[in-house]
Design a protein. Structure first.
Lengths: 402, 316, 285
């Protein structure tokens, strides 16, 4: 008898306990990103920034839907930027953990694998740093991406280099990686409009560190300028070896590497004058108050400065919060996906988005940021000017594909 | 013998009942991958376990199978069922070309040359973008059957599970037939003493080439099944690391046995799930398992089980 | 003409690295019959260690390299004792699988200790020599000279010293060597120590001239074996010639045929040699 009443008591207490929490529920969101391996330089900061955003959202009162308030709970899985691992991670999030909102996604291969089936799932996918264009050309209504495709930036870069008065440019890059190839393609098209010509397309693989054969070939062709397109690790060697081969021509690039990454490989003299033509992303000289706060909080929490591309994921989390609140439901993924596409640029956004038809994401689910020209001056990347980009025109072009 | 048949039947029943036993669908997904790996591992076992030649190109052949099946579908509009059958044949052609020079060198050097081939396949998949779309990969690969919601709907993972299970059983049976045939006996003899085989007037290289090509066909088939299951492929998953996993599967399961690759395949697919806590040590741990297993358990889990079985049986 | 000369110069420096890797492989293979696949990863461990000591702890570079060389020799001895010796009498396939397992372990350990980001050993050597339009960075010259010195030292050791003669005796006829009173238990240890030291030297070169990152060692060991196939298995002159041929072939292929497929072209050359001259360029038929 005693035992039974005790039990009743504790059940009642439990009920009471949960009763008082009824207005505050938990919403599980997932992150699939590269936490280990070569791509972790991009993936890990993204995963960190989602966790940071979730804590900030929770601290600010969570997500309010009707009378309920949802606190975010982030589940992070490592996809190693590998398609099979990414599929496993997302399957696990959806099938086992019951997650409906999946963020992160730094790298194109893994993202492509998920994009190929996410359209059939009751879930919403928010893509970050992966720059492959085709991710937002498949007509997936439950997918959005915060990073602009590489060719959007490539076109702006082409216009910029043409304005510098160059006519013959040699390209050296990771052209087997399709988003780099599409950057170059768009560059070439825009560059040709002012009579410019790309006279060489030399390739390096992601593990190559000796580009002197390619550069020797380029040197013999005597171009006006060099364009280096690829991940920072090999690209830094291309810059170093170009000076070692005595090439004294203007050098442009699309690498998004930090000062530290370049200085590990090349001296600041070898880097002097190099241009980086890329999405503006997070740079302290050009950012907004939200960006400065982001930098400060990230540094405080993780002990490292945030990578320039990590806010793509941070902005996903806030975009999701606003969309869920606008949709008025956490369960109706279709409504949330629609609300994302209807979202206006919000004040918490760290990246400097350029609206299309007044909205953050266009009909393809694609967001656009400003593009910038940065130059290496005296050991630092210096923001020089904004690149001439046209999100509205690009958005139309994107819609015309597939 | 009777006990063995009983055991096999029990295993088959278990495999048939598995989808009903699994409550979390994620594990069904892993089981499908594991069954695809059973086919891979059976192929690897023919060349590695029975013939005694370590081939480090299986993942590359898997890639050829995957890409050829996907591309035949998208370029020539062939039905998926047909491309899955054609994919191993395409792979066989590549294996013939690769195998002929590779098999001129014995032992270790065969392994190195095949590894070089895996690298070549990887580089070509990555750079031949007109056909392969490079690193971005091919997405939207069709499933077999008549699309979503058809009577037999391959988008339903349970259906795909049984589909792959049937093929895995078929291929395991095929491996058994080859091993028990005269060819299989010669392959075993080559493993024991190749010079002796040559000295009795058997053209050993033909048999080695046969084993190599057949093993490639297994891998090509696995690749095709993989492509149509995942609907997405890119070069990343067909690199040398994946070939190493095939070797690991055979060694762990038990090389030169038919059950070994089955156990080994499930091992390599499921082990990472249970090693998540030690994710950063995974590579070290895998390597350690490989070294220790080779030194102390050269006949794999199956060999260990047999030893235990005979000891247990002996006491009775 | 400048272009061809420049490409040959470009190829010789990387060729020197290939030669050192191949030398380490060829003595292990020629004398012990082991395809030491983990050699590349172990070599990179030496490069990492040098970086760790020199760049992160401020130890002078020469001292750091010496410590790395000695550590490498110890590691080589341990690998022989703990991993290869237990499978010495088993089927040759077992030794190779042990080698694969070792590769994974060493790669994993490198990743764990030194991280996934690429490292470059700082040398401060940034001068560039230029003769008639052909440029040669100071550092590349040092690498070529160091490789030449090591090749010479290695040849003298094998030809002139007592230990070297004992090693050759074991390689030629193990039983006769035992009768001659050579301690055959010791020989594999010496061979692995030398082999790993050569590898560490190559690792330091790769780390200062280029960079060390996950996967670099595996890539190099495959090139090393390609050199052996080119030059002739177990042949020291073959490793030297093969390494330089491979380095220059790659540079010329990248410069004049296709940079995307330069590795493919290098492997095609290897396979062509295999078909036309299976004993290698310098091997005896």
């Amino acid at each position: 008898m005693m035992g039974k009443s005790l039990l009743t008591c504790s059940v009642a207490a439990l009920l009471l306990g949960t009763g008082s929490l009824a207005a505050q529920e938990t919403l599980k969101i997932g992150v699939a990103d590269a936490l280990t391996g070569g791509a972790a330089v991009y993936g890990l900061p993204q995963a960190n920034s989602v966790e940071m955003a979730a804590d900030e959202i929770n601290a600010a009162g969570g997500i309010s839907v009707g009378d309920e308030t949802y606190m975010l709970d982030v589940i992070v899985y490592d996809d190693k930027a590998n398609p099979t691992e990414a599929t496993n991670a997302v399957r696990k999030l959806i099938d086992r953990d019951g997650v409906k909102y999946i963020l992160g996604f730094c790298c194109s291969g893994a993202t492509g694998a998920i994009a190929s089936f996410i359209g059939y799932e009751d879930a919403v996918m928010l893509v970050g740093n992966a720059a492959e264009r085709s991710i937002t050309t498949q007509g997936l209504t439950n997918l959005v991406r915060t990073r602009p495709p590489a060719d959007y930036t490539g076109a702006a870069a082409g216009a910029f280099v043409a304005r510098q008065g160059h006519k013959r440019v040699a390209v050296l890059g990771a052209l087997e990686t399709s988003f780099y190839a599409s950057y170059v393609e768009a560059f070439e098209e825009e560059f040709a409009k002012s009579g410019g010509e790309v006279i060489a397309h030399e390739v390096f693989a992601s593990k190559d560190r000796d580009m002197s054969p390619q550069l020797t070939k380029i040197r013999a062709m005597d171009p006006d300028a060099l364009l280096v397109v690829g991940y920072v690790e090999p690209a830094a060697f291309a810059y170093r070896q170009s000076t070692e081969l005595g090439m004294d021509i203007p050098r442009y690039g699309f690498t998004s590497g930090s000062e530290e990454q370049f200085l590990r490989v090349a001296t600041t003299e070898q880097m002097e004058g190099v241009w980086d033509l890329r999405p503006t992303e997070l740079t302290l000289q050009s950012t907004t108050d939200a960006g400065l706060a982001y930098h400060e909080h990230y540094l405080e929490r993780f002990g490292d400065a945030p990578s320039p591309s990590s806010p793509y994921a941070y902005d996903q989390a806030w975009a999701l919060k606003h969309a869920i609140e606008a949709a008025g439901s956490v369960d109706d993924t279709e409504a949330v996906a629609a609300a994302l596409r209807d979202l206006k640029i919000f004040p918490e956004a760290v990246m400097q988005y350029r609206p299309v038809n007044g909205k953050m994401f266009d009909d393809n689910g694609q967001a656009y940021t400003a593009n910038g020209a940065f130059q290496w001056q005296d050991g630092h990347w210096v923001f020089v000017e904004e690149l001439p980009s046209d999100p509205e025109a690009y958005s139309e072009f994107l819609s015309s594909l597939n | 013998m009777k006990f063995k048949t009983l055991l096999m039947l029990a295993a088959l029943v278990l495999f048939l009942a598995l989808p009903q036993l699994i409550t979390v669908k994620y594990y069904l997904h892993l089981c499908i991958l594991a069954l695809i790996w059973v086919i891979m591992a059976q192929g690897q076992n023919l060349i590695q376990g029975y013939t005694g030649y370590v081939s480090i190109v299986q993942a590359g052949f898997m890639g050829i199978g995957a890409y050829s099946s996907a591309l035949m579908g998208s370029h020539f509009g062939l039905p998926v069922g047909m491309t899955i059958i054609l994919a191993p044949l395409v792979t066989a052609v590549f294996a013939l070309v690769a195998g002929y020079p590779s098999l001129r060198v014995k032992g270790h050097y065969f392994a190195i040359v095949t590894l070089a081939f895996n690298m070549v396949i990887f580089i070509v998949l990555l750079n031949f973008t007109h056909l392969t779309n490079g690193e971005a990969g091919i997405s939207g690969i069709h499933k077999p059957g008549y699309g979503r919601g058809a009577m037999i709907d391959f988008y339903d993972r349970q259906v795909y599970y049984y589909f792959v299970l049937a093929i895995a059983v078929l291929m395991t049976t095929l491996a058994a037939v080859i091993v028990r045939s005269r060819i299989g006996q010669i392959l075993l003899a080559i493993r024991q003493n190749e010079d002796l085989v040559a000295s009795v007037g058997v053209a050993a290289w033909r048999y080695k080439l046969f084993a190599f090509v057949i093993s490639a066909m297994f891998a090509g088939l696995a690749g095709a099944l993989y492509a149509h299951y995942q609907s997405f492929i890119n070069p990343e998953i067909f690199g040398v690391a994946q070939s190493m996993d095939a070797i690991l599967a055979v060694i762990i399961g038990g090389s030169g046995t038919l059950t070994g690759p089955v156990i080994g395949a499930f091992f390599v697919v499921f082990l990472p799930e249970y090693l998540r806590f030690a994710d950063s040590f995974r590579l070290i741990l895998y390597g350690l398992i490989l070294v220790l297993a080779t030194i102390f358990m050269p006949r794999g889990i199956v060999g260990l089980a047999r030893d235990l079985g005979t000891r247990f049986g002996g006491r009775k | 003409m400048t272009e061809i000369l420049q490409q040959i110069i470009n190829g010789i420096a990387i060729g020197g690295v290939y030669v050192l890797i191949a030398l380490g492989l060829t003595i292990v293979f020629g004398i012990l019959g082991i395809a030491h696949f983990a050699h590349g990863s172990v070599s990179m461990f030496g490069g990492y260690l040098t970086f760790f000591l020199a760049a992160q702890h401020g130890i002078p570079l020469a001292l750091a390299i010496t410590i790395a060389l000695i550590t490498g020799m110890v590691l080589g001895v341990l690998i022989e004792l703990l991993a290869y010796r237990p499978v010495r009498h088993a089927n040759h396939i077992n030794a190779f699988i042990v080698a694969l397992g070792l590769t994974m372990m060493v790669e994993g350990a490198n990743l764990q200790f030194f991280g996934a980001e690429q490292i470059v050993i700082p040398t401060g050597a940034t001068r560039v020599f230029s003769i008639g339009g052909v440029t040669l960075p100071e550092l590349r010259l040092y690498v070529i000279l160091a490789a030449a010195a090591l090749i010479a030292a290695m040849t003298i050791f094998v030809e002139k010293t007592k230990t070297g003669q004992a090693i050759r005796a074991v390689a030629e006829n193990r039983d006769a060597a035992i009768l001659m009173g050579i301690n055959v238990q010791m020989i594999p240890l010496v061979v692995f120590a030398i082999s790993t030291a050569l590898g560490v030297a190559a690792g330091v070169m790769v780390g200062s001239l280029f960079a060390i990152a996950p996967g670099v060692g595996e890539g190099l060991v495959v090139k090393g074996f390609a050199v052996l196939i080119l030059g002739g298995l177990g042949s020291i002159p073959g490793a030297v010639v093969g390494g330089i041929v491979l380095g220059v072939t790659e540079a010329l292929a990248a410069g004049f045929i296709s940079s995307a497929y330069k590795d493919v072209i290098a492997f095609v050359v290897m396979i062509a040699v295999l078909l036309l001259r299976p004993q290698g360029l310098m091997g005896r038929a």
